[in-house]
Design a protein. Structure first.
Length: 559
């Protein structure tokens, strides 16, 4: 009788035991996390008419995609409540710019009604947006604490937003220490979730310098990566990154990509996502006002449009170690035709409207037509930008010599819409220019002006996003065979630009301080503050309603 080898016998028993264990082993335990997110609300508590930024929904009769009325905080509250009913353990987070660049109904009350409304939405935390700093960090901290300060609150019973603004990369320039909370830890069902937040590194380029004096902004990915050991040490099972930075999709891309491939997505979010520690399960963004659901290197990267018109619902399935097994997201349009408004927040909006009615509805002029701010005009200038530049030049010329005015397209926050027979009001104009910027006259040489024009030309296939010029400037540009844009003929009041003479230039204080990376204006000499941008626009439209007809695009020509 043959004898079994001892090693073979041992191995056989081991294999049998292993197979038995596998047969009785329980499936890997999984948990799920739901996140609901908004961004770039910008104080839009009041329902608004359809705009190009609102959700586009197929018309039942024609099938044509049309912008539908969406947003308004009362409708947003109902939509969030509906989603939370289906997902009781969901966390609500925000990607920043909940306030700032706001309509008059919120702006006139220092955005206190908006933050009071936000406190009713159950938000756990928000990334710091650049516009939260429009009035400076001390004012933001006052708002966040619910502190009425020496001047009192403008909103009765104001108590703050009820959630922290996160800015892990917002540092004291002298000490290097964070000026805001870096993260929060929240319980979501069985999960301990760390939400870490950062502002955009580009904040110094998109806000007036005086508002961020003494503040330094560190790289978003480096800052979030450095936080990972601390977040894990505090017992977090899941790490969530919220940041006020995002991407831009090409024309025709929808708010939801079933494949999550998002082939046309561009912007800083791409680089940040690729450098971010894999420990972060998802990136929730903002800043670019885009609605998308994408994956970069397999990780969800989402954004919910703007103005409360969308809510992103993200679902993560995780194993026991917190590893993401599956991730899905969808952007829901907050259509006013679908959701009933929350009664308490509808009342809040009505009270804010009553407090600001006189200032908002003050008539300015009855205009023959409206004007768009379309920054994707093929040549570079747009109707409304031209009009604003003209208003600032006319305003400056009442006080002294001036040659050219420029307006930055990012500072134009709404189109000028006109209803036949109805006057344009202060509310309409302050929706377009809500920042209360000063108008500054400064002197540049022709060479410095040439350098500014050359620097702002588009790169490669990027859409033109150029400074909007007054009627006194006309110039041509072309895209060279090497992919670099080149300036052609430049005329000022019909005469060729002289690089050796001085020109008196008019811009807002944001541009004068180098905003939008237009550092050339910082070289301006003999500076003089002339007044406010809104006063200039009001004066032009009141004195000359036909100025609209003179702002036709075509001051910039692409050859």
């Amino acid at each position: 009788m043959a004898r079994l080898h001892p090693l073979r016998l041992s191995a056989g028993f081991a294999l049998t035991a292993l197979l038995a264990a596998c047969a009785t082993q329980q499936p890997t335990q999984t948990t799920e996390l739901t996140l609901l997110s908004i961004n770039d609300f910008h104080g839009n508590i009041q329902p608004a008419k359809p705009t190009p930024l609102m959700p586009r929904v197929a018309d039942p009769a024609t099938g044509e995609l049309k912008a539908q009325p969406a947003g308004g905080v009362a409708y947003l509250a109902t939509a969030l409540a509906d989603l939370r009913t289906k997902n009781p353990d969901a966390l609500v987070v925000a990607g920043g710019d909940l306030i700032g660049a706001s309509p008059l109904i919120s702006n006139l009350l220092r955005d206190e009604p908006t933050l009071a409304a936000m406190s009713e939405l159950g938000i756990s935390a928000s990334a710091l947006g650049n516009h939260e700093l429009d009035a400076g960090l001390p004012e933001l901290l006052r708002q966040a604490r619910g502190d009425c300060g020496a001047n009192g609150c403008l909103w009765p019973g104001y108590k703050g937003p009820g959630f922290p603004y996160l800015g892990a990369n917002v540092l004291d320039a002298s000490t290097g220490k964070p000026l805001l909370p870096t993260h929060v830890i929240k319980q979501a069902g069985k999960l301990k979730v760390a939400v870490a937040g950062v502002a955009t590194l580009e904040t110094p380029h998109v806000i007036v310098a005086r508002a961020i004096k003494g503040i330094r902004f560190a790289d978003e990915a480096d800052t979030l990566n450095a936080l990972v050991p601390q977040l894990k040490a505090e017992g977090a099972n899941v790490l969530v990154a919220v940041m006020h930075e995002g991407g831009v999709q090409g024309l025709g891309a929808g708010a939801n990509d079933p494949s999550y491939a998002c082939p046309t997505l561009t912007g800083r979010v791409q680089d940040i996502a690729k450098r971010l520690d894999p420990a972060y399960a998802i990136i929730i963004g903002g800043h670019t006002h885009q609605a998308y659901t994408c994956k970069i290197n397999g990780r969800l990267v989402v954004q919910a449009g703007s103005y409360g018109g969308w809510i992103t619902e993200s679902h993560l399935k995780l194993d026991a170690s917190g590893r993401v097994l599956d991730a899905q997201a969808v952007n829901h349009p907050v259509l006013q035709s679908v959701y009933a408004p929350n009664a308490a927040l509808a009342d809040l909006v009505a009270r804010a409207a009553a407090l600001t009615e006189a200032a908002r509805n003050k008539p300015v002029a009855t205009l023959p037509r409206g004007a768009t701010r379309n920054a994707k005009e093929p040549n570079g200038d747009a109707w409304l930008g031209n009009l604003i530049a003209d208003s600032q030049l006319a305003f400056a010329r009442k006080q002294g010599p001036a040659d050219i005015a420029f307006m930055n397209p990012g500072g134009i926050r709404a189109d000028l819409t006109v209803e036949a027979g109805k006057p344009t009001t202060m509310s309409d104009l302050l929706a377009i220019q809500p920042f209360g910027n000063d108008i500054v006259a400064l002197t540049l040489t022709g060479q410095q002006l040439f350098d500014i024009l050359e620097r702002q030309l588009p790169k490669g296939d990027a859409s033109p996003r150029m400074l909007q010029p007054s009627s006194t400037l006309r110039y041509r540009w072309r895209m060279g065979a090497d992919g670099n844009a080149q300036l052609g003929e430049i005329l000022i009041d019909g005469q060729p630009l002289s690089r050796t003479r001085d020109y008196r230039i008019v811009v807002n204080n944001f541009l004068s301080e180098g905003g939008d990376a237009q550092t050339g204006f910082k070289h301006g000499r003999d500076r003089a503050v002339l007044g406010t941008d809104i006063d200039a626009l009001v004066e032009l439209l009141r004195d000359n309603p036909q100025a609209l007809a003179q702002a036709t695009p075509g001051r910039i020509v692409r050859e």
